[in-house]
Design a protein. Structure first.
Length: 367
């Protein structure tokens, strides 16, 4: 049944597959937000006896969100912003009354205080909305504003607890993100090798465009890696995964740099093809080997501990490519081909770092 579903899924239009995949990856965060919202409402209503504690579920959802990163930070900003807005609004409105110009002033004051106290993006927005609520709906000097602040705290705490007790696997999303980026550049390297061997400008341009289109996926990868580190710190279920998460997160910069270097390689290759300049077969072979390097790193990223390929397997393959990409290869070449090899060697350093090597050791391998 699974294979049938996969075959059917692959027949769907690409935009629809992307939307389904995005929904699938968000199912756990959506479930967390729904459970946290209901629990926060029940706690505020039944335990604290607050009348219509609408902000408790709102705070729970905001503190969790669909992104895994900075959940603790969002909760603190949420509670802080609500508290600032209520205090500023209550003090100001109780002295001068409510009205149009009072709303203008109280929102500006609340946001100014929030920005002065903290540089987070959420705290001034919450301060402003809470101050506006006090100025328009909540009677100054009453306990309704205080209850709103308590509801925010309830929602934030319950959001954190749900995230800790029902966590997303902190390693799986980060691994999947990294593997997706590596797979995209793997395919781009294959297009590039074909384009260089045939002189097909369209193939080379397709490789360049594919590499250019990875930045959103790289940003998502970085965000999920940060979120994975946060989950491994907060959730007792994944305290044992901290070292693994740190190793996965350490690949973020090398992967990003590798993609950037590949874009430069593709641009230089496109220029050579457009000018009709030949590229020696040894160089094309190295570009083709890069596709294999990206693939083994993708497989390494998705492999569980103890499975193959591991970092040693990836490093072994990369060393064979390094031996081919020796500087003497372009001793009699023109400047453009020399620059192309230099970028390939720089890319190989990034890939060896993805495989777990230190930068100094990776650079030493090129000598």
């Amino acid at each position: 049944m699974t294979s049938r579903l996969r075959k059917y899924f692959n027949t769907l239009p690409a935009p629809l597959r992307q939307r389904i995949r995005r929904l699938w990856l968000s199912l756990v965060p959506i479930t967390q937000c729904a459970l946290a919202a209901g629990t926060a409402w029940w706690v505020a209503l039944q335990v604290f006896d607050h009348e219509q504690p609408f902000f408790a579920p709102i705070a729970a959802v905001i503190s969790l969100g669909l992104s895994l990163s900075q959940r603790w930070r969002r909760s603190m900003e949420l509670v802080g912003g609500v508290t600032i807005g209520i205090l500023v609004g209550d003090l100001f409105i109780s002295q001068v009354g409510s009205g149009t110009w009072q709303i203008v002033v109280v929102v500006a004051l609340a946001m100014a205080v929030a920005v002065f106290l903290d540089d987070g993006p959420l705290i001034p927005m919450q301060a402003a909305s809470s101050a506006a609520l006090v100025a328009t709906l909540l009677p100054p000097g009453g306990i309704a504003g205080f209850h709103r602040a308590i509801d925010a705290l309830i929602g934030g705490v319950i959001g954190i607890l749900v995230g800790a007790l029902l966590p997303v696997n902190p390693a799986s999303r980060a691994r999947r993100d990294a593997a997706g980026v590596l797979a995209t550049v793997r395919d781009a390297a294959r297009h590039l090798a074909v384009g260089l061997s045939t002189g097909d400008e369209k193939e080379v341009f397709a490789a360049l465009e594919a590499a250019r289109g990875t930045q959103g996926a790289i940003n998502t990868m970085r965000s999920d890696m940060r979120g994975g580190r946060e989950v491994s710190r907060v959730s007792p279920l994944y305290w044992g995964s901290r070292m693994r998460i740190q190793r996965i997160s350490a690949t973020a910069d090398p992967i990003d740099n590798a993609v950037r270097n590949f874009r430069i390689i593709a641009r230089r290759a496109l220029g050579k093809v457009q000018r009709g300049e030949p590229v020696r077969p040894e160089m094309i072979e190295i570009v083709s080997d890069l596709a294999g390097a990206f693939e083994i790193l993708r497989e390494m990223m998705m492999a569980d501990p103890g499975e193959e390929p591991d970092e040693t397997d990836a490093t072994r393959l990369l060393r064979t490519i390094v031996r081919k990409a020796r500087a003497e290869l372009v001793a009699d070449a023109d400047l453009s081909e020399t620059a192309l090899l230099a970028e390939i060697r720089s890319l190989l350093v990034d890939l060896m770092m993805v495989a777990g090597m230190r930068r100094a050791s990776a650079i030493a391998t090129l000598r």
